[in-house]
Design a protein around this ligand. Sequence first.
Ligand code: GDP
Length: 500
Amino acid sequence: KPGPDPAARHDQDRLLGGLLSPAFDEQSCRSRYESSSLYRHPSPFRPSTYLVERLRRYEARHRRCGPGTPLFKQAVEHLRSRRNTGGSECQYVIWTPINGLGNRMLSLASTFLYALLTDRVLLVHALQEFDGLFCEPFPGSSWKLPVDDDFPITVTDFAGVFTMGSPASYKNMRQAGAISSDHRNVTAEGLPAYVFLDLIQSFTDAAFCDDDQRVLAKFNWMVLKSDVYFAAMLFLMPAYEHELARLFPEKEAVFHHLARYLFHPSNDVWGIVRRYHGAYLARADERVGLQVRVFPEMPVPFENMHAQIARCSEQEGLLPKVVVRDKSGAGAANHSSSSAMASGRSNSNKLTSILVTSLFSDYYERIRGVYYASATETGEYVEVHQPSHEREQHTEARVHNQRALAEMYLLSTCDRIVTTAVSTFGYIAHGLAGVRPWVLLRPPSPGATVDPACVRSKTVEPCLQAPPRRICGVAEGTDTGALVPYARHCEDVHRGLKLF
Ligand code: GDP
């Protein structure tokens, strides 16, 4: 029996199993078609045919309702007249950014899933620093909200109005009696022109009850602000259970598919990834990614963090071990084993690349120094690289964000990935890769030692670090990690939730 047509299979691989639409101009966004070739191993997950079908349907709706269309103009007119209307063909959710790039990508992917589930069109309120990062994800249209002088919600509104106290926030509207909590008493015509859904860490709007969603569904315009992976919460809601089970039969791959569908680095960012990968990583037989994030609010001292990395490596066999010399052989003590000498040099042709990403260069320098001074036990060669050391986070600067995005992608090409607890930057890297990371656990206080130094994550999914304290229909005090069989607490944030 002849095998599948090779051309069709090639197309399937190039389009990530149908996840990506073929209706794009390749040159405008090279990463869309080239990223799969950067990974030595194909993705372990395949999108369901239902997800593929829903994405094509979403794209058609976005083309019909997106910026520049008559339906969009009509919807903007309603917004301007401050009137909501019933029976609108197009409804919108405007995502607005907050916090670092990792947080932003988690919340944007979540907002897209929310748009899929609620039949809304996703628009991005792109600040200037967000420009130049990603390609347009939807063919024949744009996801950018055209915030010109004509748009009724102004740039100043976006900068100032959408905060916890906003009178437009769903919860505040309810508290002020502007809308009833019983959806049967709410008519679309009686509502304001838009609603603000505040899903920032604090979850001002604990709007995850099916009843809330029925009310929210009547607003044609919604502005959503979040810095967390609230997609995980949607899996706890009975209303979406059936649909989500069809979209994502493998819960572990929710973010993986969403991110590979949505986030395609712009040609500028892709240029950085391609050049760096070609020069420093492509030739290696094995690549180990090490992401060291030192949070300003949790300033773990360098020696502690470095010792933790070494313990993690030793415990899990991650970085190649070096031969320990006699007592005078100082400098070889790290990442070393006292047991073995360079016995069988069976791996003498093997090359391992260690990719370090961090805002600081000292981890890279120390680790590189170890392999410079000592041979590895197996005789394999080790190179150590770090693309940049920016020292400080500058989310407002476009080039800084481009580098951060490039580094997330570079990390995601590694065969093994070690990340720092609580870092959303790390979540993105292993989520894109579809790889379960080793997580360097957070010590109880900056100077303390944590044991074990790291654990292997049970899933490639990111963690929703701060789920709402109260979940609809669930008695207070109930363990949120035991509500459904496919959501558990996270390894790095015990209160958090992740899918697996
Ligand atoms: P989190 O704070 O670790 O959860 O990750 P975020 O991505 O939300 O915010 C951290 C920001 O700091 C990143 O977006 C970058 O701007 C910067 N940053 C942190 N670590 C690195 C790194 O290893 N490389 C680069 N280039 N930037 C980093």
